[in-house]
Ligand binder design. Structure first.
Ligand SMILES: [Zn+2]
Ligand SMILES: [Zn+2]
Length: 194
């Protein structure tokens, strides 16, 4: 993805949404709030970070750490964030310290998150769901993943015709990483956050 188009999208989202109300709590969105929403994939209907986190069923602190790490790796977001810090937020903005407050990621953990193709991607567990329909499959998979360590790689085998769309979509929504999709085989890494 070209940095320029990502950065343009970001500026468009800021121009469009800063000052608009969060659709859930009706608080106005500041630059920081819009940046977080865009980073979470909500650029078409941004919510404030509290409501977005609740909506995604995530933990707020874990999401903040995750966002801070993610923002720190993207020049266009960092530039926009620096601008947001000097901008029109009402003070004190609870988000302005996000990058400073976040836990400093340790190198080992970062390396772990980045090695998508490396040795520790050999699946530790295999679940064959046969031709189970995707609704049931997702429920069952969620149940199985409860007993799996964070960061573990799990191979799912599913022949349902909806699986190539539904499995990646569900993983994205709940925050697990899809390592490989070669229907009927899907390798995923369980997310590190609680
Ligand atoms: Zn809200
Ligand atoms: Zn702000």
């Amino acid at each position: 993805m070209a940095e320029t188009s990502e950065s343009r999208q970001l500026l468009e989202a800021l121009a469009r949404w800063v000052g608009a109300s969060c659709p859930d709590c009706l608080e106005p969105l500041c630059d920081h709030g819009v940046l977080c929403a865009v980073a979470l994939g909500l650029k078409d209907l941004p919510r404030c970070l509290n409501c977005a986190t609740k909506g995604l069923g995530r933990d707020l602190v874990a999401t903040k750490n995750h966002l801070a790490r993610w923002l720190a790796g993207k020049d266009c977001y960092l530039r926009a964030w620096a601008k947001a810090d000097s901008a029109r937020c009402k003070t004190p903005c609870p988000l302005s310290g996000l990058l400073q407050e976040a836990e400093i990621p340790d190198e080992a953990e970062l390396a772990f998150e980045r090695t998508d193709e490396k040795k520790n991607d050999a699946p530790m567990l295999v679940h064959d769901f046969g031709d189970m329909g995707c609704g049931d499959l997702v429920l069952e998979l969620r149940q199985k993943l409860r007993g799996v360590a964070p960061g573990a790689v799990v191979r799912v085998i599913a022949t349902d015709p909806g699986a190539p769309e539904d499995i990646p979509a569900w993983l994205r929504m709940v925050g697990h990483i899809l390592l490989k999709a070669a229907p009927p085989i899907y390798d995923l890494r369980k997310r590190l956050d609680p």
